[in-house]
Design a protein around this ligand. Structure first.
Ligand SMILES: Nc1ncnc2c1ncn2[C@@H]1O[C@H](COP(=O)(O)OP(=O)(O)OP(=O)(O)O)[C@@H](O)[C@H]1O
Ligand SMILES: [Mg+2]
Length: 566
């Protein structure tokens, strides 16, 4: 995975808060936010459109036809009035027949019923449209018309010709009630039938007044309704424009949120890229490459596991390298051992023949008569030399036998050997000789330093360490010999240390001094420390260069496992 191309992010408050969530929770939240935002935008749009449709439906199917009805009724009433106006002066008979058929109140009743329904419906517009901006309420246009027919009393007053006269003479405006109108019409018919044309003319005037009043009321109602509908159309138009704006805005917000969530996801997954990069670096040999353990819980876990694995691999590799070095050293030692064995084997035969010949020569010398064959001093001198040769040959034979025996046999491990005692014994063994060389011995031996070892091998190792110590101090100095308990509780070890006050071991040599044949001395063979390492290994222990405790010289420690106590 390549770089995602995001700028590095400073861990600010909210990023820390986000980091607390697991990866799956983050993905879930991101998708939930995107879905919720789009869902809200879509729901809002749909609800608003539905409100608008409802409103337009109401206007188209109810309000506008109502307006048309009012208009046509207004026209009818005007036509009615004009017909009365034209006919009244000269054709009252026609008028008396024509007026009962007009029934303006019947129509008015229907209109009133529809108007009350309309007002009722207009109060329940689309929910969202109402929230956005409620449409203006329809005026109660029916009120105007209802007034026209409100008076019951009027109807009673007009009943019969007897009451008609005072009513007409008083001249109160007729309230327009249907029954009153009907009474008026009946009175008119009677007046025409009785040929009381003067009364009839005055009744026609009254009828026309009622009709005109109804006409005016219907007109006013129509105008009011028209104005209200204009208002509502305007509101609907504004709502539509606002809807467009809202849908655009909410869609942009949803898109913005989606982009933000995408960015958050990429930012969340960014540590994966760097983790992959670290793994690649590790695979190409950079053993120190470790992952950053930040980010989501799962990624942090992955990084931690990777780091643990990388540590384990690096450790394993270090062990392998050290095992390989040790193997090489062992191989060289084995070769040396074989060569030494061959050399020893090869010189054994010449040695025994030298010994035999020396013996024979000695016997020959014994047959010579001192003073006769040779001067007595010469014979005794020769005998002495031959004795010395025999002695050296015998010593060499012992050494070779001893070497061959020890090469053939495995270490002779003895239980609970007093390591402190071995160290003390070594110190006593060399003390006098070292004193002559100006080297003093300091002994530090803890009580009960005990291990299961081959004492002969330990002595050999100690001897080599002591020899290196004094060789490092040609002008004299101090040699510390120590035996103590080491290690941690539960995994106890004992240690033998030899430290000198010489120049110390150069840093670059420390890794190599245990290798066979590694020597910086003109006459050194480089076998001493290799043998020490072998002895340590034969006992399951280790030999190492330690930090000096007394000065700046060299300190070598031979560390052995202490026997476990039951
Ligand atoms: N006490 C010491 N102080 C300084 N250098 C040391 C000391 N002991 C060992 N060395 C270094 O480690 C090298 C290897 O030591 P090692 O005992 O194996 O061989 P050597 O002493 O050179 O020869 P050999 O012991 O076979 O006669 C030495 O040549 C020397 O450079
Ligand atoms: Mg040595």
């Amino acid at each position: 995975m390549g770089s995602i191309g995001l700028a590095p992010i400073e861990p600010i408050g909210w990023t820390i808060a986000v980091q607390r969530f697991s990866l799956s929770t983050r993905i879930f939240i991101a998708f939930a936010v995107v879905v919720a935002t789009f869902g809200a935008a879509a729901f809002y749009g749909a609800a608003t459109v539905s409100g608008l449709r409802h409103e337009l439906g109401f206007l188209r199917q109810r309000a506008v036809p109502m307006l048309r009805t009012l208009k046509s009724h207004s026209l009818e009433l005007r036509g009615f009035d004009e017909a009365l106006q034209r006919a009244a002066p000269h054709d009252l008979d026609w008028v008396a027949r024509f007026v009962p058929n007009a029934k303006p109140f019947v129509r008015l009743d229907r209109i009133l019923r529809r108007l009350s329904k309309l007002t009722h419906q207009a109060r329940a517009p689309g929910v969202i449209t109402a929230l956005l901006s409620p449409p203006p309420p329809l005026p109660d246009v029916g009120q105007e018309l209802r007034l026209l027919r409100s008076s019951k009393r009027a109807s009673k007053r007009i009943e019969g010709d007897a009451q008609l006269k005072p009513l007409l003479s008083q001249g109160p405006p007729l309230q327009g009630d249907e029954q009153a109108f009907n009474a008026l019409v009946k009175a008119l018919q009677r007046a025409v039938a009785d040929k009381r044309y003067t009364d009839a003319s005055r009744l026609v005037v009254e009828v026309r007044r009622v009709v005109r009043r109804i006409h005016r009321g219907v007109d006013r109602a129509e105008r009011k309704l028209q104005l209200a509908l204009d208002d509502r159309f305007e509101v609907a138009q504004q709502s539509e424009a606002r809807l467009g704006l809202i849908v655009l805005t909410s869609t942009s917000v949803a898109l913005g949120v989606s982009v933000l969530m995408l960015w958050v996801m990429l930012w969340t997954l960014k540590p994966m890229a760097s983790l992959a990069n670290v793994v690649r670096r590790f695979a190409s040999g950079e053993r120190g490459a470790r992952a950053d353990t930040g980010g989501a819980r799962e990624i942090r876990q992955l990084a931690l596991e990777y780091n643990r694995m990388a540590d384990a691999l690096a450790e394993r590799e270090r062990e392998l390298v050290s095992h390989r070095d040790e193997l090489a050293r062992s191989e060289r030692l084995a070769t040396l051992g074989h060569m030494a064995a061959r050399v020893v084997h090869e010189i054994r035969n010449p040695l025994s023949s030298i010994g035999l010949n020396a013996e024979m020569l000695s016997e020959e010398l014994d047959t010579l008569q001192p003073g006769v064959d040779e001067p007595p001093s010469t014979i005794s001198e020769a005998q002495e030399l031959l004795g010395a040769i025999g002695g050296e040959v015998e010593r060499l034979r012992e050494i070779t036998e001893g070497y061959l025996q020890s090469a053939r046999s495995a270490p002779q491990i003895e239980t609970s050997v007093d390591i402190g005692g071995l160290v003390r014994e070594q110190a006593e063994f060399v003390r006098a000789e070292l004193r002559e060389r100006g080297v003093s011995i300091e002994l530090y031996v803890e009580a009960d330093v005990i291990a299961n070892v081959d004492p002969k091998l330990i002595r050999q190792a100690l001897w080599n360490l002591v020899r290196n110590g004094w060789e490092a101090m040609p002008k004299g100095g101090v040699l510390w010999l120590e035996a103590f308990h080491a290690g941690v509780p539960g995994q106890t070890e004992v240690a033998v240390a030899v430290e000198d006050s010489g120049e110390g071991i150069a840093v670059e040599l420390r890794e190599r001094i245990f290798e066979p044949f590694m020597s910086t001395k003109p006459s050194g063979t480089g076998v001493g420390l290799a043998l020490v390492a072998e002895v340590a290994k034969a006992h399951g222990g280790r030999a190492e260069v330690a930090t000096p405790r007394h000065g700046k010289g060299a300190r070598i420690e031979l560390i052995l496992a202490a026997p476990k106590h039951a």
